[in-house]
Design a protein around this ligand. Structure first.
Ligand code: NZQ
Ligand code: ZN
Length: 386
């Protein structure tokens, strides 16, 4: 096992009817700016419940954080916080609203140009406003981690940052708040959580059996509940709860502690979202199967373990078993209604050059757990995903 630090200060408040607890979690003297996306939080009644829970605390709402939140939008919120002297943020939404909250929290007290937070991947953040979250879309794990991804539309750059200062203080996870999600977003959530787990598990062995088995249990749970979530005519509380907790555990630092991590699929996926506005999880479903195939030698041992423990593949030569494991992965995404080819989005070979240029532009030239995913390798992965 590799050396590691593990620190996760976010309080999770899980279950039905837990939004009222916000009244106890937000400091009594807070002046709160609530952050929401489009219309969903208002329409579903969640925003109303949040306002009620805040009681007499002065509060206002910043509306309009878009999926894949933009630097342009979050900077408007930064202005509102500064002008209104708000001292607490409350994000109500999915990964986009929570990621936006993290950037806003860090940018408000930041001295200098906040764009450099992204250029320096968060290493220059010295403090941040406190914030809590109410999760309405299980997928990204942002509710219990210190990472965030912000897009600058004018230059088509979608860049991640992280900082120990931007862990949420608390996150309310009420599975019933997911009942209003369109099927497509549920499928996105399953696939995003699946790929987060794979990025931290499917690398090379370092004798970390606990992390491996944790990761395998998350993958098995997603394989089990994913199709049921899609076919259910009425939302099933327990399956929603399983998805919510699985997605949180997939990216709260636990399974990634002490093991090598990949993230090449995510970095290529971010470029596809920035350039073509494809949902985050959908970009991962395009890239991952061909990435696993491209790197089947480097990931040989773990691919065999994954095939056997997650998919029950026990017979055949090593090569056959690895191919079967990758096929099962692709088939799972397709069964979730998520295409695994660029052509499904009308993209052909001529789209690849720009993606590669953007990867180079953003310093993404030595990706993966071994740093061996060069632009040339990324090109082959995308070509195989046509
Ligand atoms: O905008 P509203 O009207 O709220 O609608 C949203 C949005 O259109 C809707 N929605 C959310 N909860 C709902 C709901 N609709 C009905 N009922 C509800 N309960 O869902 C749509 C998508 O929301 P979004 O927040 O964009 O989705 P997701 O949670 O998948 O977040 C994606 C973003 O997170 C980043 C992605 O790159 C992307 O920008 N990620 C963040 C990570 C992190 N911080 O650790 C890691 C991930 O790998 C990922 O990169
Ligand atoms: Zn993701």
């Amino acid at each position: 096992m590799l050396n590691f630090d593990f620190h996760n200060p976010t309080q999770i408040v899980f279950g039905k009817n837990r939004i009222a607890d916000i009244g106890k979690l937000v400091p009594a003297d807070a002046k709160v700016l609530i952050l929401v996306g489009g219309a969903s939080a208002e329409k579903t009644g969640t925003l109303g419940e949040v306002r009620e829970a805040l009681g007499a605390r002065p509060n206002s709402t910043f509306n309009g954080i878009e999926p894949n939140p933009s630097f342009e939008t979050v900077m408007k919120a930064v202005e509102q916080v500064r002008e209104g002297d708000f001292n607490f943020l409350l994000a109500v939404g999915g990964g986009s609203v929570i990621d936006a909250a993290k950037f806003i929290a860090a940018a408000v007290p930041f001295e200098g140009d906040p764009w450099t937070i992204l250029l320096k991947r968060g290493s220059n953040i010295k403090s941040a406003l406190p914030f809590g979250t109410v999760l309405t879309l299980p997928a990204t794990g942002s509710e219990m981690n210190n990472g965030s991804v912000i897009t600058r539309r004018d230059i088509g750059a979608k860049l991640p940052f992280r900082s120990r200062h931007v862990f949420p203080l608390f996150s309310v996870l009420d599975p019933t708040k997911t009942y209003t999600l369109p099927t497509q977003q549920i499928a996105n959530g399953v696939v995003d959580a699946f790929v987060h787990t794979v990025e931290q598990y499917l690398t090379y062995p370092v004798n970390a059996p606990v992390q491996d088995r944790f990761a395998e249990s998350l993958l098995q749970t997603l394989v089990e509940v994913g199709p049921r979530l899609l076919s259910a005519t009425e939302p099933d509380y327990d399956d929603r709860a399983s998805l919510m907790w699985t997605a949180t555990l997939a990216l709260n630092g636990l399974i990634g502690a002490g093991v090598p991590q990949d993230w090449a699929t995510h970095m290529i996926g971010h470029e596809l979202t920035a350039l073509h506005n494809i949902d985050h999880a959908r970009t991962l479903a395009i890239v991952l199967p061909s990435m696993l195939n491209e790197r089947r030698v480097q990931k040989h041992h773990k691919l065999l373990q994954y095939g056997e423990r997650v998919w029950g593949i026990q017979s055949g030569t090593d090569d056959e078993r690895i191919t079967a494991a990758i096929d099962k992965t692709r088939d799972f995404f397709e069964r979730m209604g998520i295409p695994t080819r660029l052509s499904a989005y009308g993209l052909a070979a001529d789209a690849i050059d720009v993606v590669i240029r953007q990867l180079e532009e953003h310093g993404m030239t030595k990706l993966s757990e071994r740093g061996d995913v060069t632009p040339e390798v990324s090109r082959r992965v995308l070509e195989a995903a046509l």
